[in-house]
Design a protein around this ligand. Structure first.
Ligand code: NAI
Ligand code: MG
Length: 496
């Protein structure tokens, strides 16, 4: 099978790389396997890409190790920064292509895909800025010693990303790793391999030395597991399901105790107090759950509303939900495209059926949208109780539950009643309520009077079963550096 193919999308025509990207070349897999990626809007195959197996992971790790100990070690921090900045520029230059790929392969509306490209470029540029600002300390312990720390790269980093933000997750992972002087073997999600391969082409164009960034298409149980079990990978970073996150941690424990960071699921509460600006709150609640078709780890899927405004809120929220246009990702007024795959579609429909069976009331939605493509009607459940599956488990689709609370204490109790702790939000005009409740929520991010407004300069990650470690901001650099203490003795021999 070819290593490149011309693809025509409704907005652009471009050359799609299909191979595994190792040592700055696109190559076939050792076993010659390929797999198809599907357009979720029409359920038809787009193209087949080459598949990485364990042997290809080995080859990519060797390339990354060689680069780490050779050319990359010799590259100055400011040149690492320059390369990341150049890559960010190329993302922006090719925004129309990258966004079209994302819409085609993932199903997200083109305008949202463009936002992803800009955020990816912003993230890469931000970490480009960090590359020459990673500094240690000098520590004055005693006049006879010079003690200092070095923040050194961890080494070869395995990175496994999901399909909900294919390009953005690529940038979140690669930015801090490369800025800190590591080399990378990244596996994209099998549902959405295309944008990561196009970005790989830009890696080469930006001038990165061979072996620094390696991109593999492949399946979790094969290439993903090979990464998490690998004896010569020093660190693994994963974003995806909590179930697989656990298996990554186990694989690290069973192999070489590689460092692990995990960005996992959520069941985030979005709390509306009676003094909130209701127009703004409705708008953010709508965006909080339905953005990216509910396929966000931080989706505001549990909406908690004060009893005094509950009825009015429901009426307005239903109206707002019905105004979201579901349809073709390439149409400019589309807000919600298809779910990413048949499997995700079936999972979400399963949750909707479960909600109905358990006695929850469907306020709107509750069914498939249309008869082709993985489209689901935006769905609101009311009359739920705290123990229902639809209230406790991550649905990862355009489905939310609305619950009533009587006072602040109850809102906090319900909000924290989850195994997850990724995000939360508070809507109120009262600064004291905002701060008190933000402090009481056990979540890695709390938004006040907004939702989903992640910024690459500020950290993101989870309490409890939502993960380990933080991505983004300067905090992410901690995942990608080992701290070395050097103590130089300046005095006479101590012990005779
Ligand atoms: P997943 O966790 O299976 O997939 C995410 C990534 O992990 C993909 O690259 C996949 O190939 C890889 N992977 C799968 N099994 C692996 C293994 N044994 N070892 C190493 N890597 C492996 O998630 P999936 O099945 O796509 O979605 C299931 C659910 O996970 C969703 O319904 C959602 O609840 C959650 N999810 C959360 C995401 C987040 O952003 N936190 C992103 C994607 C899914
Ligand atoms: Mg696809």
């Amino acid at each position: 099978m070819a290593l490149v193919q011309e693809i025509t999308t409704p907005t652009v025509k471009y050359e799609q790389p299909l191979g595994l990207f190792i040592n700055n070349e696109f190559v076939k897999g050792v076993d010659g396997k390929t797999f198809e990626t599907i357009n979720p809007a029409d359920e038809k195959p787009i193209v087949a890409v080459h598949e990485a197996t364990e042997k290809d992971v080995d080859i990519a790790v060797k390339a990354a190790r060689t680069a780490l100990e050779g050319v990359w070690k010799e590259t100055t921090p400011s040149n690492r920064g320059r390369l990341l900045t150049k890559l960010a520029d190329l993302f922006e230059r090719d925004i129309d292509i990258l966004a079209a790929i994302e819409s085609l392969d993932n199903g997200k509306p083109l305008s949202q895909a463009k936002g992803d490209v800009l955020n990816s470029a912003g993230c890469l540029r931000y970490y480009g800025g960090w590359a020459d600002k990673i500094v240690g300390q000098t520590i004055d312990t005693d006049p006879n010693y010079l003690t200092y720390t070095r923040h050194e790269p961890v080494g070869v980093c395995g990175q496994i990303i999901p399909w909900n933000f294919p390009l953005l997750m690529w940038a979140w992972k690669i930015g801090p790793a490369v800025a800190a002087g590591n080399t990378v073997v990244l596996k994209t999600a099998e549902q959405t391999p295309l944008s990561g391969l196009y970005a790989a082409k830009l890696v080469k164009e930006a001038g990165f030395p061979p072996g620094v960034i390696n991109i593999l298409s492949g399946f979790g149980k094969v290439a993903g597991a090979a990464i998490s079990h690998h004896m010569d990978i020093d660190k693994v970073a994963f974003t995806g399901s909590t179930l697989v996150g656990r298996s990554i941690l186990q694989a690290a424990a069973k192999s070489n105790l590689k460092k692990v960071t995990l960005e996992l699921g959520g069941k985030s509460p979005n709390i509306v107090f009676p003094d909130a600006n209701i127009d703004n709150a409705i708008s953010w609640v709508n965006f909080g759950i339905y953005f990216n078709h509910g396929q966000c780890c931080c989706a505001g899927s549990r909406i908690l509303v004060h009893e005094s405004i509950y009825d009015k809120f429901l009426e307005r929220f239903k109206e707002r939900t019905l105004a979201n246009k579901v349809g073709n990702p390439f149409e400019s007024d589309t807000f919600q495209g298809p779910q990413v795959s048949q499997l995700q579609f079936d999972r979400i429909m399963g949750y909707i059926e479960d909600g109905k069976k358990s006695g929850a009331k469907v306020l709107t939605g509750g069914a498939r949208h249309g008869d082709k493509g993985y489209f689901i009607q935006p769905t609101i459940f009311t009359d739920v109780n705290e123990n229902m599956k639809i209230v406790q488990e991550e649905i990862f689709g355009p489905v939310c539950t609305v619950q009533k609370f009587k006072d602040e204490e109850e809102a906090i109790r319900i909000a924290n009643k989850t195994v997850y702790g990724l995000a939360a939000a508070v809507h109120t005009e009262n600064i004291n309520t905002a701060i008190r409740v933000s402090n009481a929520l056990r979540a890695g991010t709390v938004w006040v009077n907004n939702y989903n407004m992640i910024h690459y300069q500020s950290p993101f990650g989870g309490y409890k079963e939502s993960g380990l470690g933080r991505e983004l901001g300067s905090y992410a650099l901690e995942n990608y550096t080992e701290v070395k203490t050097v103590r130089i003795y300046l005095g006479e021999a101590l012990f005779g």
